[in-house]
Write a protein that binds this ligand. Structure first.
Ligand code: IPE
Ligand code: IPE
Ligand code: MG
Ligand code: MG
Length: 334
């Protein structure tokens, strides 16, 4: 695994970790999450408990804490805000897996695979509402406004994506706007919260928010590449779902736009066909095209722009991790 994501993950796992300057606060985030997802009703507890052994990379809380530390002081509000963001992220994944009919997430069965779509919609709602309740415990209206606005835009992005299913004419610029909403927004929000609550001045907050948005863009392009050429064994989630759900992503947009006829028509037929063997069918066409390299290059461009935004911060170990994380979100296999 990429060393930066490894550092972030280990910082999240160990109570007192030698890795990273945010180990103690990440452990606190874990405690808050464990406390928040507890439920007394045994049936509900089982479903809700699913998300506690349903642990991902913890990228967003780690970024929130690292941006805070890179900008100034970590405060008691930061771990709470980081837990709120992770709860919202997890809620979006629970709902996303219903929408994508996915069977595996974070190396285990999805909630929809275990308890069906109805219960998973409610589990997602449970996590969203817990997140918003937890945010209010800070007694700080600004945090609620920032988090509410960002979550609303994530939902808008997912809705927009659903409405574009099967639209093989989706342009690169529309795709970039869409992933800005569904993915980059929450990562930008994490970075912004980190900076705002460390007392950073407005110009630094704006730069750090741009950093988060740009790595969010790089992150989703890399994710879209994994959906087409990644391995389920390493990602721990169902792949090929973008193809199955007829979601146009950057490598596919490039593949179609650069393919000469009659290859373009064949690729269109594959994308329009029912069933879930499209990865295999597309592989030879992808291999002959520059689509994977093109998308990867775009992701690296976003990562480079993200790194440049950090120039306004003083040098520190947190800033170095944030710099490395920019490329880390592209060069990953999970
Ligand atoms: C998955 O996010 C959803 C996307 C925005 C691509 P992550 O890859 O951060 O998911 P976890 O939290 O590690 O499972
Ligand atoms: C990201 O899109 C979903 C959210 C922002 C919730 P994907 O559908 O590509 O995410 P994965 O691949 O299922 O994790
Ligand atoms: Mg999905
Ligand atoms: Mg994906």
């Amino acid at each position: 695994m990429n060393p930066v994501l490894q550092t972030i993950r280990e910082a999240g796992r160990a109570p007192i970790s030698p890795y990273g300057p945010i180990a103690r606060e990440m452990a606190e985030v874990e405690n808050i999450l464990a406390e928040t997802v507890r439920n007394d009703h045994s049936g509900v507890a089982e479903v809700v408990g699913h998300v506690s052994h349903y642990k991902g990379k913890r990228l967003r809380p780690a970024l929130l804490l690292l941006t805070a530390k890179a900008c100034g002081q970590l405060t008691p509000k930061h771990p709470v805000l980081a837990a709120v963001i992770e709860l919202i992220h997890t809620a979006t994944l629970v709902h996303d897996d219903v929408l994508d009919n996915a069977s595996t997430r974070r190396h285990v069965a999805t909630a929809n695979a275990r308890w069906g779509n109805h219960n998973s919609v409610l589990l997602g709602d449970y996590l969203f509402t817990h997140a918003f309740y937890l945010a209010t415990t800070l007694g700080d209206i600004q945090a609620c406004q920032i988090i509410g606005a960002a979550t609303n835009r994530v939902c808008e992005g997912e809705l927009w994506q659903g409405l574009e299913r099967g639209n093989l004419s989706l342009t690169e610029s529309e795709y970039l706007d869409l992933i800005d909403a569904k993915t980059a927004e929450l990562i930008a929000c994490s970075s912004r919260l980190g900076a705002v609550y460390s007392g950073a001045p407005a110009n630094i907050v704006a730069a750090i928010e741009r950093y988060g948005r740009l790595i969010g863009m790089a992150f989703q392009i890399a994710d879209d590449l994994l959906d087409i050429v990644g391995e389920e064994r390493t990602t721990g989630k169902s792949l090929g779902t973008d193809l199955e759900q007829q979601k146009m992503t950057l490598p596919l947009i490039r593949l179609l736009s650069a393919a000469p006829e009659p290859r373009r028509s064949v690729v269109e037929q594959i994308l329009n066909a029912p069933g879930n063997h499209k990865r295999e069918a597309l592989a030879p066409y992808l291999a002959e095209s520059d689509a994977v390299d093109y998308a990867r290059q775009k992701a690296l461009e976003f990562a480079a722009r993200a790194r440049a935004e950090l120039a306004c911060l003083p040098h520190s170990s947190s800033r170095s991790i944030l710099e490395a994380a920019a490329d880390g979100v592209v060069n990953r296999n999970s």
